[in-house]
Every structure is written in C-alpha cells, then in structure tokens.
Design a protein around this ligand. Structure first.
Ligand code: HEM
Length: 491
C-alpha cells in the first residue's frame, strides 16, 4: 500500500500483507490488527484494499495468520451476502477454523455460538425474532415515558461532571449512557447491575479475564431470567419472556433450554448495539465540534438532531465491520472463491456512501442508502433502530443543552482512534465548556422506576384478556405445563 495515511491522523507505516509462508500456504491476507489500523481513515484504507484485492479482501485478524476472514467491501456484493442466508449463514458452528483461534480475541466474543436470534437461521430464528419485535414495539406505545426516562439518565450522568468545565465525553458519557438506558429498559438493576456492568468492562477489554467474565455473565443472566419468570417486572426482559413461544426443535424443549435461550437473548439485546451507539454519539459530538456551519444550522433550527445523527451515520459507520457470516458451501463472490466454512465479514466502512474529501457532505442529510442496519432476515429490527436513534438524539440534546460553549479541548488531529475492528470512535474525547451556573438536576425529582415505562406482563394480561391472542394462549399452556405456573404468578 502506497497511499498516505489520513491527514487527520498520525503518519503511519501501512501494514504489509502476510507472506504466503506465514499464511500456512494460504493466499496471503492483509493484516487487520494492531495500532497501525487505527491510524488510517477507514474509507481510504478500504478504497486502497479494494483496488488491490477487488471487492472481497482476504484479511487476517491475528499476526500468526490463524484468523483469516474474507472481508466484503463493496455495496452490491455486501447486499448479496446479507440477502443470501442459504449460502452465507450466521451460524458460527459452520466456521472451519473455530478451534484454531486463541481465546480472548475481541472478535471471538462475537462468534461464540449462543442461542440468540442472530446465531440461528431456521424456524427458531423466526420465532425468536417475532417475540423480540413484539417486545420492542411496546416501547413505541410508551414513547413519551421512554424519552423522559432517557433524559433523566442523561442528566444524571452529565450532573456528575458538569461543574468541572471539562470532560472526556467518550469515557464519561458515550460509553455509559447507552448501557444505563438498556439496563434500565431490560430491568437489570440492584443485585445484577453492578456485577454485569463490571463484567462487561472486562469482556470489552478482551484481556485474560474475558473468559471468566463471560462465564460470570452467563450464570447471572440465567438467574435474571429465572427471577423475571417467577416475578415479571415492568421491563423489556419480562415482556420478551412473555412473548416468546416454546420451541418445537427437540434440543430446545423444556425449561432448562427455555431459560438458556432467554438468557442468551437478553444478553444479546443488552450488548448488540452498545458499542455502536456509543461510537455514534461520540462521532456526532466530534462532527458538531469541528463543523461550525452544522452547529449554526442546528442552533437556528434548520437542521434537527435526528438529521445530524443520520448525517454522521452515513459518513462514519458506527459499526465498521460485521463479523458474522460463514459460507455454507464453496461459492464465488465478486470473482473470489470462498470455501465452505470460511469466515466472511462485511465492511460497513467500505460500503458506506462516499463523502466529500473535506468532510461530511450535506447532500447526505436525508439519505438512508447505507447498510448500517444490515439487510434481509437478520437486519436490525425496526424497533431497535428507532431505539438507537432515540438514544443518540437524546444524548445530543442533553449534552448541548447543559454544556454551554462545548468545544474540543485538544486539536482534532490529536484525536486517536483504536483499530476499528468492530466500532470506530475516538479513544478519548476531551471537551471543555462553561460550568453551568445552576447545577444540572435530572428533570424528575422522583426516583425513576420502570413502572413509569411499562406495565408488567401480568397487568397487561388483564387488559388484553378480552382479546386473547393465540400466542398468549400457547404461552400459558406451555408455562403451566413446563414451569407449573403462569406468567405473573408470585405477584
Ligand atoms: C448504532 C446502533 C446499532 C447498529 C449500527 C446496529 C446494527 C445491526 C446490524 C448490522 C445487524 C445485522 C446483523 C446481521 O446481519 O447479522 C443488527 C441486528 C440486530 N440488532 Fe442492531 N444495531 C444497533 C443497535 C441495536 C440496538 C440498540 C438493539 C436492541 C435494542 C439492536 C438489536 C438488534 C437485533 C436483535 C439484531 C438481530 C436480528 C436478527 O438476527 O434477526 N440493535 N443490528
């Protein structure tokens, strides 16, 4: 690779492709690891790699060549993969190299086979996704309360640092806000919240503690599901349990399998969008801090927060790569052979629309022609997309409401980006602002409880009893057969 690094980033030597010998006789793959990766503007890097390899780029995620992936970096070819689950499955059991990869790699956490919706392609996928959509659509009906809840959480976090006149928005806000919102919505509080929060940190750091953290979380999530089954709460987890119909697949039947599936589902829901949502918030803040014209337009009401969020979504894909497809059989894609069991990634950075070289192109404002949410049967559910938008918009509203005069505390060229394997956002985002003259206090004086957001499944059942649905009937029959109780018993 000969092209220079992105002008906003430090000068860096471009990583060299692995030699055929180091790749164990396989075609040399391009290194996709290490700090050098973070030094490059992702779009420029991908543009160069496309020129060199074509639309399907052989990359390696580990220096010893043991983690090869075929990275699809062209819009139409990426659509082909996402739409064709018969050829490119999202079941990690198909991965031919799964046992050769050292545990602890950040991507490996995403590909350990679990019983959630993303790792299934058959009838269980349809069943689990339907329950998810039903539970998420309940959020829509409670939109004003959900919004107030998020504002409350955002204000609570901002209040902790507003008086300092200085903050690292990435660590002190972006990483925390989406997680606290999701935990609140899922009803993960008290005994679980702190332990899960700490374990998630260890998991994200992907160090030697990551395996233990994963085990701890696994067991905590099972306890959580059992608790919510015995005492449903006013939360998304309880509704998900309530809407989930029993599986008719033999190895998924029975109470144990049901608990296992729901704990994986809730864990997946808690995590799936966290990093991307956090990155999206920080990238919006960077754009607003460095684009005076855009800031002025927002101030004058010509551009809304939602448009800012969409603009940034188009120009800096918050989720840079999706590592979640495996070839079901030998196949050709864009002229490249992909062998059965090979790991296939989708580069959202490489398939994002081109922006003008000097920054974000405002013609993208209302445009939604990107693959950020995926496509086809595994696409991010609409309710989840709406939720992610809402988290980002409220984050921006509250930050710019409270932190008057916010500006970057370091020059933009000093912002550092960790290797954007999954998410791209700055390592630190130091800002300064005028400390507010009156302390920031969360809008509601009352402590928040989830009952302001949702009803419990039990309460809901009584209103809907007049219009019983097939799924509720099936659930009750199943619950009384398998668990010897109805949802809501114990209340
Ligand atoms: C910026 C934030 C987010 C981004 C960029 C994002 C992106 C995606 C993408 C690309 C997929 C497709 C995965 C695949 O094809 O294998 C996906 C799936 C999914 N997302 Fe999101 N997501 C975000 C936030 C969320 C949030 C907040 C939730 C939960 C409330 C969520 C729930 C899901 C679920 C359940 C699936 C799997 C659907 C299935 O396999 O049927 N996402 N997301």
């Amino acid at each position: 690779m000969t092209s220079p690094p992105h002008p906003h980033n430090r000068a860096a030597a471009a990583p060299r492709p692995t030699s055929a010998a180091a790749a164990g006789g396989r075609c040399p793959a391009h290194p996709f690891y290490g700090p050098e990766l973070g030094e490059w503007d992702p779009k420029e890097l991908l543009r160069n790699l496309r020129k060199r390899y074509g639309p399907v780029i052989p990359i390696d995620l580990l220096p010893d060549g043991s983690f090869p992936v075929k990275l699809v970096a062209e819009y139409d070819r990426a659509r082909d993969v996402l739409h064709d689950s018969g050829t490119f499955s999202s079941d990690p059991d198909l991965w031919r190299d799964r046992n050769t990869v050292t545990p602890g790699h950040p991507v490996q956490q995403h590909v350990n086979k679990l019983k959630h919706v993303q790792h299934d392609d058959g009838t269980d996928h349809t069943r689990m996704r339907k329950a998810l959509q039903q539970a998420l659509s309940d959020l829509d009906r409670h939109e004003p309360a959900v919004r107030a809840f998020m504002q409350h959480i955002a204000d609570q976090i901002i209040a902790e640092f507003a008086h300092d006149g200085y903050a690292d928005i990435e660590a002190q806000f972006s990483q925390r806000f989406p997680r606290q919102v999701m935990m609140g919505l899922l009803g993960i509080d008290g005994q679980w919240a702190d332990v899960i929060d700490a374990s998630v940190h260890e998991l994200i750091r992907s160090g030697p503690q990551a395996e233990d953290a994963a085990q701890r979380i696994h067991s905590l999530m099972r306890d959580l599901v059992r608790e919510k089954m015995a005492r449903p709460g006013a939360d998304l987890s309880s509704w998900l349990i309530y809407y989930t119909e029993p599986s008719s697949t033999p190895d998924r039947m029975g109470e144990e399998a049901f608990v296992e599936e729901l704990s994986d589902q809730i864990w997946f829901l808690l995590n799936v969008g966290l990093g991307a949502t956090a990155g999206w918030i920080s990238n919006c803040v960077v754009e607003l801090m460095t684009n005076a014209e855009l800031r002025a337009e927002v101030r004058q009401g010509k551009t809304s927060w939602t448009e800012v969020a969409n603009l940034v979504l188009m120009s800096v894909a918050p989720l840079q790569n999706l590592f979640n497809r495996w070839a079901v059989r030998d196949t050709y894609l864009g002229g490249t052979l992909i062998e059965k069991g090979e790991f296939v990634g989708i580069s959202f950075a490489g398939t994002a629309p081109e922006t003008s070289p000097d920054g974000v192109d405002k013609r993208l404002l209302g445009n939604k022609a990107h693959l950020t949410w995926g496509l086809g049967k595994h696409a991010c559910p609409r309710g989840a997309q709406d939720l992610a938008y809402q988290i980002v918009v409220i984050a921006l509203e509250r930050l710019f409401l409270h932190l008057i005069g916010m500006e970057l505390a370091i020059p933009e060229c000093e912002l550092r980006y960790p290797p954007p394997l999954v998410v791209r956002s700055p390592e630190r985002l130091p800002v300064q602002f005028d400390p507010p003259s009156v302390p920031v206090t969360p809008d509601s004086g009352e402590p928040w409880t989830n009952s302001l957001l949702f009803s419990t499944p039990t309460a809901q059942t009584s209103t809907k009893r007049e219009q019983p649905s097939a799924s509720r009937g099936r659930w009750r029959a199943f619950a009384s057969r398998v668990f010897h109780r109805r949802p809501g018993s114990g209340r």
